[in-house]
Write a protein that binds this ligand. Structure first.
Ligand SMILES: Cc1ncc(COP(=O)(O)O)c(C=O)c1O
Length: 362
């Protein structure tokens, strides 16, 4: 039985392999490995793609979050509202700044933060709201912006989604190798329409210095490598095609009838399907069947952030975020990447059908 991976990044960039090799040779020969011409050009190209005034390339998506919070002068005594159904880095960055992550529940239809619950959690100490465009689906920004607080968009999973980064005060991205726009290692980006804020990020990411002679802030050393920037410039030219490929694969799962077996992610035009995350009360049985059939699958945020050991000091109790805790027990993903063969998707649906059928017979 042939294995079907959850994602196939190598298949994705096979068509641009020679361009990547040329970029590698170019950087190798240039002798500029940090903050060279590709780094500068990628920041401009990424900002133009996103439709924002500027961007700063940093070492990874977690640093991007910490730097955004630092640039907004968020620290001890401040609260930031975020979901608990997201990758740990979202809340980790807030805690790393000495601020308090305050968790809002999710909307079970979209898995994104519930704007009403976020509104209910605002206090005099709330300094920002940090929605996550989870699994590539845009969060409800209009409602969140209506709360009148700075919005920090954690867009790690949503590069390429229309309108992302344009309305929040500041936005962050990860280029981890499975993301929609990725590099061949670690990388991240901070984007904004606020040039003063971006300049602060730029300086903070460079040891708090403009010239490495005078150090104005206690900063960080967090830079996107020249080589990764060179690769990212190639990948950015492919992104729209890849996004369409993801959307086509998502539509094919629906056509194949997967939605009759499990709950599919709700579609909307801006969804860029970073992952194809389904729900079923029979999740564990389905996951076991997929693994048995050598089909890639994963479950997400099984221990939601409010219950993670490192954040126990915040005093959040089980049962405090009911929708988050329910989806943690029900979600699982099935393989999806731009260009995934139809036969692979057919096999996935067959295996899920057998697993769900087995339940019906029990
Ligand atoms: C929602 C979210 N935020 C932040 C991050 C952190 O990005 P990185 O792994 O590049 O530090 C990730 C990456 O997995 C993520 O999914």
């Amino acid at each position: 039985m042939q294995q079907i991976p959850l994602v196939d990044v190598k298949a994705q960039f096979a068509s641009v392999r020679s361009e990547l090799e040329a970029r590698f040779a170019d950087v190798l020969d240039s002798g500029r490995y940090i903050r060279g011409p590709h780094f500068q050009a990628f920041q401009e190209e990424a900002a133009a793609y996103l439709g924002v005034k500027g961007s700063v390339g940093v070492a990874n998506g977690t640093d991007a979050l910490v730097l955004a919070l630092d640039a907004l002068e968020i620290g001890p005594g401040d609260e930031v509202i975020c979901p608990a159904f997201t990758f740990y880095a979202t809340a980790e960055a807030i805690a790393r700044r000495g601020a308090t992550p305050v968790f809002a529940d999710i909307d079970p239809a979209t898995l994104n933060v519930d704007a009403d619950d976020a509104a209910a959690k605002v206090t005099a100490r709330t300094k920002a709201i940090m929605p996550v465009h989870l699994f590539g689906r845009p969060a409800p920004l209009d409602d969140l912006l209506g709360l009148g607080l700075p919005v920090i968009e954690d867009a790690a999973q949503a590069f390429g989604a229309p309108g992302i980064a344009q309305r929040g005060r500041i936005s962050t991205f990860s280029f981890f190798p499975t993301k929609n726009l990725f590099c061949l290692g670690d990388g991240g980006l901070v984007a904004s329409n606020d040039e003063e804020l971006l300049e602060r990020v730029r300086v903070l990411a460079f040891h708090g210095s403009r010239d490495k002679i005078d150090f104005d802030f206690v900063g960080y050393n967090s830079r996107l490598d020249e080589l990764q920037a060179a690769f990212l410039r190639v990948f950015l030219t492919q992104l729209d095609g890849w996004t369409q490929g993801r959307r086509d694969a998502a539509a094919r799962y629906a056509e194949l009838g997967l939605g009759d077996l499990v709950e599919l992610p709700q579609d909307e035009p801006g969804h860029v399907y970073h992952l194809f995350v389904c729900r079923s009360p029979e999740r564990d049985r389905i996951v076991a069947a997929l693994k048995e059939a050598k089909i890639g699958t994963a479950t997400y945020y099984v221990t939601p952030l409010h219950l993670q050991p490192a954040l126990r000091f915040l005093g959040n109790e089980p049962g405090s975020l009911p929708e988050t805790e329910r989806v943690a027990t029900e979600n699982f993903s099935v393989p999806l990447w731009p260009g995934i063969p139809a036969e692979a998707q057919e096999r996935v649906v067959d295996v899920v059908r057998s697993a769900v059928g087995a339940v019906a017979r029990v």
